[in-house]
Design a protein around this ligand. Sequence first.
Ligand code: SAM
Length: 346
Amino acid sequence: MLPDDLRAALDQALARHSPQELARSVARLTERYRGGAAGETAHIRGQADVAAYAAYRMPATYEAAALAMRHAAARVPGFAPVSQLDAGGGTGAAIWAAGATWPSLRQVTVIERDPQIIDLGRRLARTAQAAGVRGTAWRQAAVAAGLDRPRADLATMSYALGEFPERDRPEVVRWLARDAAMVLVVEPGTPAGYATIAAARETLLAEGLSVVAPCPHGGACPIEPGRDWCHFSVRLPRTSLHRQVKSGTLSFEDEKFAYVAATVRPAPGPAADRVLRHPQKRKGVVSLRLCSDAGDIHDVLVSKRQGELYRRARDVGWGDAWGDMLGDTREDAGDADRPADDAGQR
Ligand SMILES: C[S@@+](CC[C@H](N)C(=O)[O-])C[C@H]1O[C@@H](n2cnc3c(N)ncnc32)[C@H](O)[C@@H]1O
């Protein structure tokens, strides 16, 4: 759920535009984003596009960033960042998400190239309850490897790295990671988004950072490129305006995203396994596909006979951590027990 202050700020800002105007912009934006990386020409052009982006994408990018941050925070419980740099920050989804995850944040900087986007982001942030979000410094600049930047405990890029030409991404990631205690990059949960994240993960590891989420290990990603992609999902309610501008009827949508969070200092203790897709629930049995700290992917079956473990398995969700209590209860599910397909999730 979007926090009330962000919801109210969005409602107020979007009231300036008719649903029809926003819907037209949404259609254009969708077309452009489907076309791929933005390159020289920005996808979001003009005030109606900016408002449309805030109406139809910001709630989803907020929820994706917030869930990725919760996973990272759970892995590094003592992390209490004071400063954040958000590059390609748009209307500020990742600063709102960080403000909700780490109330310690006080010095927040967004670097964004588009002045109209900054204008809306600034208006939204003005009424935020989180002091860090409210006091955000909005800086208009094109992110590039040579750009000067403030030091920040937390450095984020949410749905922005993929807009850079592929050849520039490693140096942008190195630039982002400079002096940061934690780096978080979020992308759409598509094969292309996962490829962007996988490459960013390689760059961060080569820079000596430790991956803290979603991967429970710092080895090679066990996912075979081209056959599968690591991504997660978060469900968010749609407002009636949202339904109008997206011409949809469902009261919710599932935002698929991929992400990586890495820290300069290794996270304490061993990492729990990560649930890689929706748990498959059959009568008396839950099947979990897990990425483990050994760097492999395997399935486990948890049956009703396993009491407390089974109750936990029924509650665990796609993307959650799973571990500690497994002990010798692992059973190899084998191919025969795998659901024939996981359509809609992969
Ligand atoms: C898809 S939006 C994501 C916005 C926001 N981070 C979010 O999660 O909702 C991508 C943003 O990156 C910005 N952007 C793209 N290339 C940029 C660059 N080289 N420097 C600064 N901002 C850039 C765009 O203007 C746009 O606001």
